[in-house]
Design a protein around this ligand. Structure first.
Ligand code: CA
Ligand code: CA
Ligand code: CA
Ligand code: CA
Length: 455
């Protein structure tokens, strides 16, 4: 009676093992969006997933533009038939593109004279309405004095966070690098200076990122901002700015230092933020939660819902460099990053997905199986992670990029990839599964031996 179920029992135990430890054993579908004889890259993706803003040196629309960087928009409502628009056609360089959730507003920096306000070809921050991508409307945001600039537009398209040493508001005569907010809804005083480094002592305030409605901005800085005395050693800390808008008064903010690195040996890098501004993914070499004693770069999640009491979780744990940047979806259930770290990949650079619903015990999936030596950069995605955009100068879809300049690709992380574990050590639930499988298997083998002995 029992014996006739033995083969089924063995099959069941094997299937348990496979279903528990394997994922769909197939790399995710990858689509090459651009195909030029010069580089395309730096993709920014609309939150709704309908388009990609990027820069390209290639003459993608055959209109004879010079071989320098121009801004392009690809409508990928049908990702298999992208529709391209060339937004700028200047003999200078456009860089650092960002785009709103509905693909209508963009931010970028450029040394071109797009509106007649930059005849000296200095690096300036621009904002543009591309509701009609055939006729973008440009606004030059900076330009009083020369300074390098970077920035990002909010998800709702109405705010731009800007990092520059320019004195945009009259509050920065020392010429230190500060962070500003531009509010397109405030026609009277559109700029607010939201940091105040009193001296130009060379501290670095890097490219800020901004949430959906512009109420929170995150950036890294080695400056000793809040409260003074917290960062005397110049660690590159992660800071959060909580912003209030009170038009026609300028925007104001409260600044929070989220990390507390003990020295300038430590730094935060490459932050990404959820649309609600509460969850931040970043990389650091610091041992924030006790799980990074080797001091190489791993990815950390910080819940900054209450920015005065941030809660950190270390997502990747490796004895080797993992990544300097990653992306996060809107409800902080998934992150993605590029790594060549052998703890997470087959070898060479691959794109990883991590389910972080339980950030203490993330589940990792390799989405790609690119040849060793493939070079990937600049992940970007819609709020829901329906696809992941990136750039690569490898011939990822054989024959599609034989000249090996940078092209834009997207992949669909849908029911594909190869499940792996964080440390190649099974989790408690996996150990349980393995133990159960082993017991069932032993019972099966014993029963078969008994049957053979009886025969
Ligand atoms: Ca150009
Ligand atoms: Ca200053
Ligand atoms: Ca580590
Ligand atoms: Ca190419």
């Amino acid at each position: 009676m029992v014996i006739k179920h033995i083969p089924a029992l063995i099959l069941f135990s094997v299937s348990l093992l496979i279903s528990g430890l394997a994922y769909s054993q197939e790399a995710c579908e990858v689509v090459q969006i651009t195909n030029g004889d010069l580089s395309s890259g730096d993709p920014a993706v609309c939150g709704n997933g309908n388009g990609i803003l990027f820069i390209s040196r290639a003459d993608l629309l055959n209109n004879g533009h010079p071989d320098q960087e121009d801004l392009f928009f690809a409508d990928i409502t049908d990702p298999f038939n992208p529709v391209f628009y060339q937004l700028t056609n200047t003999p200078e360089n456009e860089r650092g593109p960002s785009i709103s959730d509905d693909c209508r507003e963009i931010g970028f920096n450029s040394n071109s004279d797009l509106t007649g306000g930059n005849p000296g070809n200095m690096d300036q921050m621009f904002y543009a309405d591309i509701s009609n991508p055939n006729a973008p409307v440009f606004t030059q945001l900076t330009g009083v004095s020369p300074s390098s600039v970077s920035g990002a537009v909010s998800g709702n398209g109405t705010k731009v966070a800007i990092s520059t040493a320019e004195d945009l508001t009259g509050m920065n005569p020392d010429g230190s690098r500060e962070y500003f907010i531009f509010d397109s809804n405030n026609a009277v005083v559109p700029f607010g200076q939201l940091t105040d480094d009193p001296t130009n002592s060379g501290s670095i305030t890097s490219s800020p990122i901004i949430d959906a409605n512009g109420s929170r901005v995150v950036f890294t800085s080695s400056q000793d901002f809040v409260p003074p005395g917290t960062n005397l050693n110049g660690g590159r800390q992660l800071l959060l700015s909580r912003i209030s808008y009170d038009s026609p008064n300028p925007p104001s903010s409260q600044l929070f230092q989220l990390t507390d690195f003990p020295s300038n040996d430590f730094f935060a890098q490459g932050p990404a933020i959820t649309p609600d501004g509460n969850m931040i993914l970043f990389a650091t070499n610091a041992n924030i939660t006790g799980g990074n004693p080797d001091g190489n770069q791993d990815l950390f999640l910080v819940d900054a819902t209450n920015p005065a009491s941030p809660v950190f979780n270390q997502i990747t744990r490796s004895s080797e460099f993992t990544a300097s940047t990653g992306i996060i979806n809107s409800n902080a259930s998934l992150i993605s990053f590029i790594t060549a770290n052998p703890h997470f990949s087959f070898g060479g650079e691959q794109i990883l997905l991590a389910d972080i619903i339980d950030p203490v015990d993330p589940v990792f999936t390799i989405l790609t199986n690119f040849p060793v030596g493939s070079d990937l950069d600049d992940l970007a995605s819609p709020n829901q992670f329906t696809f992941i955009a990136f750039e690569s100068d490898s011939d990822l879809i054989p024959g599609g990029n034989t000249d090996e300049n940078n092209e834009i690709y997207i992949l669909f992380p849908d029911d594909c990839g190869f499940l792996i574990r964080r440390n190649a050590i099974p989790t408690l639930s996996e150990w349980g599964l393995i133990a159960m499988t082993a017991v069932l298997g032993i019972i099966g083998v014993l029963a078969v031996r008994r049957r053979n002995a009886a025969a």
